[in-house]
Every structure is written in structure tokens, then in C-alpha cells.
Design a protein around this ligand. Structure first.
Ligand code: UN1
Length: 506
């Protein structure tokens, strides 16, 4: 194993997670902890041939897994949830080390995995179809849902394990093997999740080989999944730029796709809002996870009658929020993932200032040395919605704008590419219902008096427009992991044709 303890992570922690991979491969994939900017491991990577082999193994696993009764498939996911509960501390710590999250957010991410597993176990007895009235006497019409095939799951650094599990837990109960291509920045968490899954597999007993696999390495592995006709569904989380490549490639081979891409999520604070509640919700939504959630609040529209009440209080919250290594100092705001994220943030702030924005915060906070990128979250008062406000910058920047007319603010709210999450803060019933109505928020998630981030697994998760249109997690998102067959059964001794068509051959 390792000769010396890694920064913030010990070989013992890794072993407890069940990670047995060699961690100091010369010339391997470097894993950098954003907490310190130091290398915590160097991993062997998979090749395109490995990816092809993984797809073959998964395709062969599908042939038997699809025949296992769904409640029995649910038993495997139930065992996984048990193992996750036992490994929660270690996995949460791994998330903190690789993605820089606070302990509470790291544990919260593992809790999301446990929650979706519990959901999937119940679902394994509820994979239902409809029966439908037919126009023909002596006939019955129904729909049946069957397992779909191999599911390729591509995930991003900022949620290194929960989105995999939203997909994997549902896919497994639906009868589909999974192959996971995690972000190159967070492969250790993926290996740990897989190791914990293997504990569940050992207890389960008779699952086929290749039911769940992880591919560690670069974009060519994601491409192998995207391009393979043997991968029935690609579920990809990441940037809109990535989605623009993945979506058309999968469509070209008539594969199925769930895309969960960027958002440019906004909040609206109305005159009747509970200001204290709004302040706290905005603070978490905009600064939590150092602004690196796809659901992070990035734009805020404040009614001009309450602007001078709310915005100074927000500025105070921004100035006083603790920034630092959350594992050591208990800080609420941890690091950006890397130097490129820092550069992107600074460029956006400069552009905003050039457009007349007043920037509060945003400077680098030197917490852990040269290679770690900690920043003070930035609150930017903008004269209008323009330039960087129209884009997602994956960093803690909140653009604040004044509004006076409710209909106008709804237009502005929807006038961006992203369509993931949204919030309104109001106690006015008309405003609330209008925001949730057909002419209100155009996002996949529309909230009232809570922030844009921190969704529960029970609802369908995803968004419209440049967010990609996919839905994962709760509600009826499971349908994307199955194929639907419409069955019409004739139990009569006649052969009436639908639509009154006559075709008598004698
Ligand atoms: C993401 O950032 O990709 O709603 C997912 C939330 C979390 C999931 C975020 N439950 O903020």
C-alpha cells in the first residue's frame, strides 16, 4: 500500500472503503485533492479495448439479469443500501477529499445514494403498465415494460457518486447492467462505490459477472460507450458543451439518452417574501458547494421595494462566510475544483465589471497553498441581464438584479439557455401560482420559498432547454430504463379489425 499517509486521506480509509487498486502507478492518472492541490493517488487507467470488453461483459450479463424477477433484483439494491449505510462515513470523506465538499455535504451525497436505493427497492415491486380499453370485442390491450439493455453512465466531478446511483439503482431493478465512466477528477470515489457494491454482490450470491463496472480514464472511454450500439441508454451528467457532443452521437445510432447538463438557475424575491428565510435559502443555494452544483443559484432578481433590505444583508453574509478546508476548519465554503475553474470565475467577474457590474468578493483566499483554489464567493450587482449573466460559470458567483414588474421578471427569468432549477420567494398566492403555471418558470424544477439546489430524490430530477431534457431519480424516471411493449390479445373466436377495416380473403 502507500508508504505515507496522503493529505487528508489515509491508506486505512481507502482500505475500509474496499479500494484495492494500486494507488501509486507511475505515469498513471493523477488524482488531485482540491483541498490541498496535492496528488493523493495515481491510478492505472482503462484502455478503449478494456471498454469494449466491459461492454461485452455487460451485454452478456443483460441476457440473464433481464430474466431475474424484478423484486429479486431489488434485493441486490437493498443489500447495497445496507452496505452504503455501513460505509457512509468513509464514502462521505472520500467525496470531501476528491470534490472538496464539506463533511455535511459529502455525507449528504452518500445519503442521496441510500435514499435512491430505498426508492428503487420499493420500485422493484411497482414496475407497472396500463391496461387500455380496446374498441374490439373479446380483446384486451395492455402495456408491458421490459428491461432495456446496458446503461452507460457518465458523471461529473461535482457530484462524484449520487448521480451514478440515481441511475444505477433504477437501472439494476429495471433489469439493466451498468457501466460507469466517472469524471477523471474523481475516480477514487467511483472505485470506492464499486468496492462497496461488490460487498452487496457477494451477499446476493448469484448475480451475473459484469452487472456493474467502472471505467477509469479519459474521454475515449466515454466515447466508447456513446458510440456502441450495445449500450442501449447513455445517461450523461456534465456541461452543455459535453451534451452537444454526446446527444447527436447517440441519436445517430438511435440510442436513448438522458442528458443532465448545465443550468443557469435563478431566484426571484418578491415584496411579500419572508426576507430572513430568503436570505438563508439564497446563501445556501448560491454559496453552498462553492457554487459547483448544477442547481446552484446563479441569478437573483429582487423587487426594487425590498432591494435595499435584502441585498445589504446578503453582502454581509457573503463577506462573513467561512472559506477554507472544510475537513479541517469546518468552513462552509470549500475550494474550487482546480485552477481552470478559478480562471473561468475571474474572467466572468471581469466581464461583469466591464458591463457595469459592482463586484463584491471573488478574490482568491490563500488557505492551503499555491495549488489549491479557494475563493471568496462573489456577489455581483448588475444593471441588467447581459454577458456572463446569460451563461453558467461553474463557480460561486451570484448576479443580482432589480426588477419592478412581475410579468417582466418572468420573461427575464426564462430568457437564458439553461432550464434546470428555479425559485420564487413570496407569500402572495397569485405570484406563487403564476410562477408554477404554464407562463411561469420554464425549468424542470420550480420551487417556492426554498432555494434552487438540494432536491430530494423522490421527484424527477433534470431540466429543459440546454439542460438537455432528461429526467433521473424519482417519480416515473424509471421508464427511461425500460422499453415499452403494447400488447393486444384476442380471446374471442372472431377477427375484427380495428378502425372498421374489412379484409375478407374468402
Ligand atoms: C448536480 O449538481 O449535478 O439538487 C446534482 C441538488 C442535488 C443534486 C445536484 N440533489 O442540488
Amino acid at each position: 500500500m502507500l508508504s505515507k499517509p496522503l493529505p487528508s486521506i489515509t491508506a486505512e480509509t481507502l482500505e475500509r472503503c474496499g479500494v484495492t487498486a494500486a494507488l501509486d502507478i507511475e505515469g498513471g492518472l493523477p488524482v488531485i485533492s482540491p483541498l490541498t492541490g496535492e496528488r493523493v493517488a495515481s491510478l492505472a487507467v482503462h484502455s478503449a479495448e478494456d471498454a469494449a470488453r466491459a461492454i461485452e461483459a455487460a451485454a452478456s450479463a443483460f441476457r440473464s439479469w433481464r430474466l431475474v424477477p424484478a423484486p429479486r433484483r431489488g434485493e441486490l439494491v437493498r443489500l447495497y443500501a445496507e452496505e452504503l449505510r455501513k460505509a457512509k462515513e468513509e464514502l462521505g470523506r472520500m467525496v470531501s477529499i476528491e470534490a472538496g465538499k464539506s463533511p455535511s455535504e459529502g455525507l449528504g451525497e452518500v445519503q442521496e445514494m441510500i435514499d435512491i436505493c430505498d426508492f428503487a427497492v420499493g420500485l422493484s415491486r411497482q414496475l407497472y403498465g396500463l391496461t387500455i380499453a380496446t374498441e374490439r370485442p373479446g380483446h384486451r390491450m395492455m402495456e408491458t415494460w421490459h428491461p432495456l439493455g446496458v446503461v452507460g453512465i457518465i458523471t461529473a466531478f461535482n457530484f462524484p457518486c449520487a448521480p451514478w446511483c440515481w441511475n444505477a439503482a433504477l437501472a439494476l431493478v429495471c433489469g439493466d447492467p451498468v457501466i460507469w465512466k466517472p469524471s477523471e477528477k474523481t475516480p477514487l470515489t467511483a472505485l470506492a462505490c464499486q468496492a462497496v457494491f461488490e460487498r452487496a454482490l457477494a451477499r446476493f450470491g448469484d448475480a451475473p459477472e459484469g452487472l456493474s463496472q467502472v471505467l477509469v480514464g479519459g474521454p475515449e472511454l466515454g466515447e466508447a460507450l456513446v458510440d456502441s450500439r450495445k449500450v442501449a441508454l447513455i445517461s450523461a451528467t456534465g456541461s452543455t458543451r459535453m451534451g452537444r457532443i454526446v446527444g447527436p452521437k447517440v441519436a445517430a445510432r438511435f440510442g436513448k439518452c438522458i442528458l443532465e447538463l448545465g443550468g443557469n438557475n435563478a431566484g426571484i424575491v418578491c415584496p411579500s417574501a419572508d426576507m430572513d428565510m430568503a436570505l438563508r435559502a439564497i446563501a445556501f443555494g448560491a454559496m453552498g458547494t462553492a457554487g459547483q452544483r448544477c442547481t446552484t443559484m446563479r441569478r437573483l432578481f429582487v423587487h426594487d421595494s425590498v432591494y435595499d433590505l435584502l441585498v445589504p444583508a446578503l453582502r454581509r453574509a457573503y463577506a462573513s462566510v467561512s472559506v477554507g478546508n472544510p475537513l479541517e476548519s469546518g468552513a462552509l465554503v470549500g475550494p474550487l475544483i482546480d485552477g481552470a475553474a478559478f480562471e473561468g470565475m475571474q474572467a466572468a467577474l471581469k466581464e461583469a465589471a466591464d458591463l457595469g457590474g459592482t463586484v463584491h468578493g471573488g478574490a482568491r483566499a490563500s488557505v492551503e497553498g499555491a495549488a489549491a483554489y479557494y475563493v471568496k464567493p462573489a456577489l455581483v450587482e448588475m444593471p441588467e441581464q447581459a454577458g456572463p449573466v446569460l451563461r453558467e460559470t461553474f463557480a460561486p458567483i451570484l448576479y443580482v438584479m432589480k426588477y419592478s414588474d412581475f410579468d417582466e421578471v418572468l420573461e427575464l427569468h426564462n430568457a437564458v439557455g439553461g432550464g434546470l432549477s428555479s425559485s420564487i420567494f413570496t407569500t402572495d398566492l397569485r405570484e406563487m401560482e403564476t410562477f408554477l403555471s404554464a407562463r411561469g418558470s420554464d425549468c424542470g424544477i420550480a420551487n417556492v420559498n426554498i432555494g434552487t439546489s438540494g432536491a430530494e430524490i423522490g421527484g424527477a430530477f433534470g431540466g429543459e432547454k440546454e439542460t438537455g431534457g432528461g429526467r433521473e431519480s424519482g417519480s416515473d424516471a424509471w421508464r427511461a430504463y425500460m422499453r415499452r411493449a403494447t400488447n393486444t390479445i384476442n380471446y374471442s373466436s372472431e377477427l375484427p379489425l380495428a378502425q372498421g377495416v374489412v379484409f375478407d380473403i374468402d
